[in-house]
Ligand binder design. Structure first.
Ligand code: MD3
Ligand code: FE
Length: 217
């Protein structure tokens, strides 16, 4: 049996873990929509292929990225920013598919944040060995909206830190379909992803894909 996103709230309730005020893990929340999500990813990456961005410090990121929505997160030697144009194509980013928007809004509401209106979906692709070191997400214009993150494909270990870089992070395993909502007091916590182990998933092959929905502007 396949449940739609909006069915059986009681079942999802049982899968909800509140890590701290404002931070909620929704285990398997995206799984019912996996086929539509991967179909949409195909359209997005045909227009805006995954690429390895360069950090302001001159390093090539091990995570490959692309975006959809009104803006996209980009990095180059001049810094990090949100831009309405894909610098590779000179065109606007692909639009946010309905299945993405509906999933992000349903997850935000389930995490306690009504009226989430994301204008960016940053899409991260990890291959074996790729990682994201501890950082804060603070390129957005405001921090009142939550961030919704969707894990797809091969598993990874999420590092959930504190409000200072030196705070020792807690390790949280993330599997295909898991969704996390970060808002309120949790919004500016340090976080990262440990180097991803080799694996294979029927929908993503050797990759882990992460969607992060943000209100950037
Ligand atoms: C906690 N991505 O793209 S998503 C990122 O799995 C990013 O690709 C990771 O961190 C990934 O910036 C982690 C989970 C996440 C996203 C944003 C957060 C956790 C967060 C913002 C504040 C606190
Ligand atoms: Fe982040």
């Amino acid at each position: 049996m396949t449940l739609s996103l909006f069915e059986d709230a009681a079942l999802y309730q049982a899968q909800r873990e509140e890590l701290c005020p404002g931070a909620t893990v929704l285990r398997g929340f995206a799984a019912p929509n996996e086929a539509a999500i991967f179909e949409a990813l195909g359209y997005i990456t045909a227009q805006a292929p995954f690429r390895h961005l360069i950090t302001p410090g001159g390093f090539r990121m091990s995570v490959a990225m692309t975006n959809c929505g009104s803006y996209g997160w980009v990095s180059d030697l001049t810094g990090y920013r949100y831009d309405a144009t894909d610098p590779e194509s000179g065109k606007p980013w692909p639009g946010m598919p309905d299945v993405f928007m509906n999933l992000a809004q349903a997850a935000a509401a389930s995490g306690g944040f009504d009226d989430f209106e994301p204008d960016v979906c940053l899409i991260n692709r990890y291959e074996a060995g790729a990682r994201l070191s501890l950082h804060q997400d603070k390129n957005e214009r405001g921090f009142s909206a939550p961030i919704v993150s969707v894990s797809l494909g091969i598993p990874a270990v999420f590092l959930w830190g504190g409000s200072q870089r030196k705070d020792k992070p807690v390790r949280i395993p993330l599997a295909h379909g898991d969704v996390m909502v970060w808002g309120g007091p949790a919004r500016l916590r340090y976080h990262g992803i440990l180097p991803v182990k080799e694996g294979c998933h029927p929908l993503s092959g050797a990759h882990r894909i992460n969607l992060t929905f943000r209100k950037a502007v």
